[in-house]
Design a protein. Structure first.
Length: 306
C-alpha cells in the first residue's frame, strides 16, 4: 500500500522545457508537498486509502518530513524521503483502531459530508478550501451530533461503507459496523429445487431467523453471520417506541427494494454486477424492535459495500 505520496515532478516550477511555465506564473506549481496516503480529505481519496490505490492529490500533507530521512535509489535529490514506520500516523493505522466516536449501539449510520467553514480573514487562499468532515446521522436521518474526520474512516477496521450518493441535503454514504460476534454465529443452509433455505443461530444456539432465497442468493455467507449477530444484539422494544416501518428502499443504494407483511420482511434484489436477481424472505424469530429493522437495513448496506 503506497503511503508516502511523492509530489509529481511534472509540476516542477521549471516547466517541461526547463524555462519556467510562463511569464505570468503566480507560483501555482511551486508548492507541491508530499502527501500522506493515510490522510484522505474526501470520499474519493478515502476509497483509495482503504483499497491501497493512493496517488498524489486528495490527501493531507505528509507530517513525517521532520523525521529522519532515508536514501532511496533513483529518487530526485530534492525529494524528501521519510521513515513512515516511525510516524505516529502509520503506527495508529497499524493498530486498526475502532471508530472513536461511534454513537451508541447503532449498527448503521448515514454519513453526511459537511464542508469546513471558511477561515476568517483569508481572502486570497483559504486553507479550509476543499476540506470537510463527516457528520453521523441515524438511518432515519436524525443528527447524532457526532462528526468524524476522513483519516479516522481510512484506518478504522470494524466498518465498511457504501458508495457515495447525492440527495437534497448533499453528499452522503452509509457506514455499517461489522459485528465482532459474527464469527461465532451459525448459519445452516439447505438447497431445494426452487429455493435455498438459511436458518440463523446465535453463538449460544438461540434460533434467530429463517430465510428463504428464491432464485440466486444475493449475499455471501459472511453477510448472514453478521445479520445473525446483529439480530442477537438487537435491544428489545422498550414498550414506548414502536418499531419503525421498513422503508421501501435504502436511500442511495441501488438494486434493493423492501417490503413487510406482518412478521415477514421481503428483500428483492434486481440483477447487478455482483449478484443475480433474487427474492429473500426473512422471518425474524426475535421480538420486533427498532434494532431488528436496523439489522435488516445494515445487511443490505454490507452487501452493497465496497
Amino acid at each position: 500500500m503506497p503511503i508516502y505520496l511523492d509530489n509529481p515532478h511534472e509540476y516542477s516550477p521549471r516547466g517541461p522545457d526547463g524555462q519556467g511555465w510562463n511569464r505570468l506564473s503566480l507560483n501555482a506549481h511551486f508548492d507541491t508537498p508530499a502527501h500522506c496516503g493515510l490522510r484522505p480529505i474526501r470520499f474519493a481519496s478515502l476509497f483509495e486509502a482503504r483499497t491501497g490505490r493512493q496517488h498524489w492529490g486528495g490527501f493531507e500533507r505528509c507530517t513525517g518530513t521532520k523525521l529522519a530521512s532515508r536514501h532511496v535509489p533513483n529518487a530526485s535529490p530534492n525529494t524528501p524521503r521519510v521513515q513512515c514506520g516511525a510516524c505516529p500516523v502509520y503506527q495508529n493505522a497499524r493498530e486498526h483502531p475502532t471508530l472513536p466516536t461511534w454513537p451508541g449501539q447503532s449498527v448503521l449510520l448515514l454519513g453526511r459530508v459537511r464542508d469546513w467553514p471558511r477561515t476568517p480573514g483569508m481572502w486570497i487562499a483559504d486553507p479550509a478550501a476543499g476540506r470537510s468532515s463527516v457528520h453521523l446521522h441515524t438511518w432515519q436521518g436524525q443528527d447524532t451530533g457526532v462528526a468524524v474526520d476522513w483519516p479516522d474512516l481510512a484506518v478504522v477496521a470494524d466498518i465498511c461503507m457504501t458508495w457515495q450518493f447525492q440527495d437534497q441535503d448533499g453528499d452522503a454514504f452509509w457506514i455499517v459496523r461489522l459485528n465482532a460476534d459474527a464469527e461465532q454465529a451459525v448459519v445452516h443452509t439447505k438447497k431445494y429445487r426452487d429455493h435455498t433455505r438459511h436458518v440463523l443461530y446465535a453463538a449460544g444456539g438461540r434460533r434467530l431467523a429463517g430465510i428463504k432465497c428464491h432464485r440466486a442468493c444475493a449475499h455471501e455467507d459472511w453477510h448472514l453471520r453478521h445479520l445473525a449477530a446483529d439480530l442477537d444484539d438487537a435491544p428489545p422494544a422498550d414498550g414506548h417506541t414502536a418499531a419503525p416501518d421498513l422503508p421501501e428502499h435504502l436511500p442511495g443504494v441501488r438494486f434493493f427494494t423492501l417490503a413487510a407483511d406482518g412478521g415477514t420482511a421481503t428483500i428483492t434484489h434486481a440483477a447487478s454486477r455482483d449478484f443475480g436477481a433474487s427474492t429473500m424472505t426473512v422471518n425474524a424469530e426475535v421480538p420486533t424492535s427498532p434494532g431488528v429493522t436496523a439489522a435488516l437495513l445494515a445487511h443490505i448496506a454490507r452487501v452493497t459495500a465496497w
